[in-house]
Design a protein around this ligand. Structure first.
Ligand SMILES: Cc1ncc(COP(=O)(O)O)c(C=O)c1O
Length: 497
């Protein structure tokens, strides 16, 4: 029988992934027309503010990372060290690191062990174990660059390299979910990877709403209510997903919220899936990892939290690394039953291994040049320029939103996104309905058609009933595009008032 859309896996058909949905497809059509010299459009470029894809939007790769990768890809270059050093300005630590990685990974064209290159697991464990909080208040952003994270032991054997965090999420949800009876608590709004993966697995998303009036914080009462309702309907709720810092919300969770989630998880025996891919994209306060908070709670209350199962995920796609095209990441498992872990191992081994260059980039991310090393100065400059650039763009965009009629947006705290609420005139909602669109979809479509800026309607992430949002990244360089949003918005409001 020939394949048709009606006889393929209905779960694939049902899955939704708005960040690459209709608007993104249309923006690519516009991009192709502009590239062919079409001058009939009212804009000259496409701004893909729909997806956190830093290097597509001109974020430059970190030189140290790419220099090491160039040697990994072409080890013959190592035969000409003098040319590398004197002709191409490669520093000696670049050469040393490449040799070290090659000595452990062998060829980057070869499969690695299923969990990843063991020496890279060791580097990740060392990073997680080391501590950056001694002088945290003032020096956090200085220290995180070379001192690491939690200050609690990490076992390399519990660390799994993955093809980006997405593949880690896919692995864990595949192992946790048995069918429609399995429920997974998902924040709303959420990054649609979660609902899409649950749709593919025919499992049940159990939404808990984040509180917009409290900076999109995680209210454990909302989590509890969602849990009770789902279990009363016979759903076996097995996992809670927390995205911190948040996507699309940008919220950076205070330690109390994390403690409350862990406490809830301990009471109900649900796995905590901590998506921490934006852990270095924090502008307000400090990032608290679930692992460090869990370990503190275990110390404070011996025995009480020993049963908590935590998986925490990190990625090379975000932060100042922005190497999402290289597909690298890892997850750490804490508190899992060894037989369950053996099946997680089996699942990852069925995929063979994560891309080895991506794994090497993970190693470089967790073990970047340190003060006093030859590449440190440039690394530091590049890192700080990216961080400050993101912060400035977030602030500029936030300022523009706060001046727009009917738009409200919390202060940028972290990640790469703003998620403003828009109150649209009733006539806009009518015009949207006449086109068979929701108001947010209608607004975003008109924005794309008028300005070439592609954002994502709030419905793609989930939003409270009767509210309208859109999500934009603040990655695009320059401020001109922010001005185009302001101008479009005014004209839109005037038209439908
Ligand atoms: C919250 C969140 N988790 C996971 C991912 C996937 O990242 P990766 O490229 O590591 O698969 C993204 C990507 O935008 C994200 O925003």
């Amino acid at each position: 029988m020939k394949l048709t859309v009606d006889n393929i896996n209905p779960r694939v058909r049902a899955a939704k992934y708005a960040v690459r949905g209709e608007l993104a497809v249309k923006s690519e059509e516009y991009r192709a027309r502009l590239n062919k010299g079409d001058t009939s459009l009212p804009f000259e470029q496409i701004i893909s503010a729909n997806i956190g894809n830093p290097q597509q939007l001109d974020q430059q790769p970190i030189t140290f990372f790419r220099q090491v990768c160039s040697l990994l890809e072409n080890p013959k270059l190592l035969e000409k060290e003098d040319v590398l050093i004197n002709g191409l300005d490669y520093k000696t630590d670049v050469i040393e690191r490449a040799k070290w990685l090659l000595s452990h990974a062998g060829s980057v064209g070869a499969y690695s062990a299923s969990k990843g290159v063991p020496a890279i697991q060791d580097s990740i464990a060392a990073f997680l174990e080391s501590w950056s909080s001694t002088l945290q208040a003032i020096l956090y952003h200085l220290l995180i660059l070379y001192l690491g994270r939690d200050g609690f032991p990490a076992n390399p054997a519990n660390i799994y390299l993955s093809a980006g965090a997405s593949s880690g999420v896919n692995t864990i949800l595949n192992v946790i979910c048995t069918g429609p009876e399995t429920g997974v608590l998902i924040p709303i709004p959420q990054y649609p990877l979660y609902t899409a993966t649950l749709a593919l697995l025919d499992a049940t998303p159990v939404p808990y709403y984040l509180d917009e009036s409290k900076g999109w914080g995680t209210d454990v009462e909302a989590v509890r209510n969602a849990y009770e309702k789902a279990t009363a309907n016979g759903t076996d709720v097995r996992c809670i997903v927390v995205i911190n810092p948040g996507n699309p919300t940008g919220a950076s969770l205070p330690e109390e919220d994390i403690r409350a989630v862990i406490d809830f998880a301990a009471q109900k025996n649900v796995v905590v899936m901590a998506d921490e891919v934006y852990q270095t994209n924090v502008f307000v306060g400090k990032f608290h990892s679930f692992k460090s908070v869990l370990r503190k709670m275990q110390q404070e209350h011996p025995g009480k939290y020993d049963g908590v199962e935590l998986v925490s995920l990190q990625s090379i796609s975000k932060g100042m690394v922005g190497e999402c095209g290289h597909r690298g990441g890892y997850f750490e498992l804490v508190g899992f039953d060894p037989e369950v872990e053996a099946n997680i191992y089996k699942f990852v081994s069925i995929q063979l291994c994560a891309p080895v260059i991506g794994q090497c980039l993970v190693e470089l991310m967790v073990n970047p040049p340190k003060p006093g090393e030859p590449s440190y100065k440039l690394y530091r400059e590049e890192h700080d320029r990216i961080f400050q650039g993101l912060k400035q763009r977030a602030t500029a965009l936030h300022k523009a939103f706060s001046e727009m009629e009917g738009v409200e947006c919390g202060e940028p705290q972290g990640s790469m996104y703003l998620f403003p609420t828009i109150k649209l005139p009733a006539r806009a909602a009518e015009a949207a309905a006449a086109e068979g669109r929701t108001p947010d979809d209608f607004y975003c479509m008109r924005l794309l058609e008028a300005t070439g800026i592609c954002v994502v309607p709030g419905a793609g992430f989930g939003q409270a009933e009767d509210t309208t949002h859109f999500r934009t990244t603040f990655l695009a360089p320059g401020t001109e595009w922010v001005g185009s949003i302001v101008k479009f918005h005014q004209e839109f409001m005037d038209k439908y008032r």
